[in-house]
Design a protein around this ligand. Structure first.
Ligand code: PLP
Length: 394
């Protein structure tokens, strides 16, 4: 059997039609397949490679840390320099109230830990979340999933979870004395890059304050500069009680985090002791990679250029088949007529050397989210490929 056959035989499949390209190398914004064909990574590995792939400083940090030590003991027992140094860098770049970092292995685990934190801190269990939101695939995170289609075959899920429309007054009104937390994305990713109004987010903040409920922002896709500021919440003048990070956090290595004030976080250390534990969370190699990646992101000031790059997308992405385009920084959802058209265009893009995809709850929209280091010329090439691929569709 060749590698492709072995992939279908032995790797558990998550869809009937995976992209199925055999990739052998990634460098900057490019990924190379086994035949030497070069692709632009137009989605940053789903918002992971914000600084591009295999940056030399990240590779060096991984190699250096792996040669010192890898896993030593379960999370939180030894003082491990890579964890401490990365937590310091993160909190130095956050408001004062977000000063304590709990590192996990993944985004979903950050969501799980944060939900437990909300229950522990507030002694309440009602959770408010949103239709068309995605927070992960584990049972707790899946309970928050914003569409019954993905939940229905996995019930029973967590009780006391209530879904509302993003941006609705109903959601604001639903926050009451029984609410433990409200969990939301400051820009809804899988809905197709949907921005809320500043006023709505501020109303949620006020209601959470009034009823001692924690406001949690899932910035697992929006974080690390994607929307034009290091954290998307900076553009809404609202500070969450808990910030959830993942994806780009690890610089290409697996890492998630929930971040809150130390007073809140301390509740996980007693009654019961070990209120949340993990063997590999905050792996030293992942933390070393993530810290190096964040330093590269900040040193190169790529975030400062995100808004002007957004304008390039808006300038060149015009075609009679494009119904609308939603953007938030270097992130676009290009709405087409149907899922079938979107799928056909995405396939053409791949054939034309651009990796792209659609959105979970906006399957009629092409996803564009290239690394933030993509140059203006490369962005123009991305737009050209999308337009050329649209031209091919009858
Ligand atoms: N939250 C958001 C907004 C996400 O986009 C994702 C993953 O796509 C997650 C949470 C879950 O992260 P992970 O896949 O690392 O568990």
């Amino acid at each position: 059997m060749n590698l492709r056959q072995l992939f279908f035989q032995h790797i558990a499949q998550t869809s009937q039609a995976p992209i199925g390209l055999e990739m052998v190398k990634a460098d900057g914004i490019y990924i190379y397949d086994v035949n030497g064909k070069k692709y632009i990574d137009g989605i940053s590995g789903f918002s992971v490679a914000n600084i591009g792939h295999s940056h030399p400083k990240v590779v060096e940090a991984v190699q250096q840390q792996a040669s010192q030590y890898m896993h030593l003991i379960v999370y939180g027992e030894f003082i491990e320099q890579p964890q401490v140094a990365y937590a310091k860098l993160l909190t130095d770049n956050l408001p004062q109230s977000l000063n304590s970092v709990y590192f996990t292995n993944s985004g979903a685990e950050a969501v799980e830990g944060a939900m437990k934190l909300a229950k522990r801190v507030t002694n309440k269990s009602k959770i408010i979340c949103f239709n068309k939101s995605y927070h992960g695939s584990t049972q707790g995170a899946l309970s928050l999933m914003g569409d019954e289609y993905w939940r229905q075959n996995f019930r029973p899920l967590l009780p006391n979870i209530f879904h509302y429309d993003y941006g609705s007054q109903e959601a604001v009104d639903a926050i009451d004395k029984d609410t433990a937390c409200v969990i939301l994305e400051p820009v809804q990713a899988e809905a197709g890059v949907v921005k809320p109004s500043i006023e709505w987010l501020q109303q949620i903040r006020e209601k959470c304050n009034k009823h001692c409920a924690l406001m949690m922002f899932d910035e697992i896709q929006t974080g690390f500069g994607r929307t034009g500021s290091l954290w998307a919440f900076e553009q809404f003048n609202v500070v969450p009680d808990v910030l959830l990070l993942g994806k780009a956090l690890g610089g290409g290595m697996p890492l998630g985090a929930f971040i809150a004030d130390k007073k809140l976080m301390d509740t996980l250390s007693y009654n019961p002791v070990l209120g949340h534990i993990t063997t590999f969370g905050g792996h030293p190699v992942s933390c070393a990679a993530g810290k190096a990646a964040m330093e590269v992101l900040l040193e190169n000031k790529w975030i400062d250029e995100v808004k002007s790059k957004e304008q390039i997308l808006l300038k060149y992405l015009h075609h009679p088949k494009i119904k609308s385009i939603h953007t938030a920084g270097l992130w676009a959802a290009i709405e087409l007529e149907s899922f079938e058209v979107t799928q056909a265009v995405a396939e053409k893009c791949v054939a034309n050397g651009l990796i792209t995809d659609w959105f979970l709850f906006a399957s009629n929209s092409i996803r564009i989210a290239p690394p933030l280091c993509t140059t203006n010329e490369e962005l123009k090439t991305i737009c050209d490929i999308v337009i050329k691929s649209l031209d091919c569709i009858t």
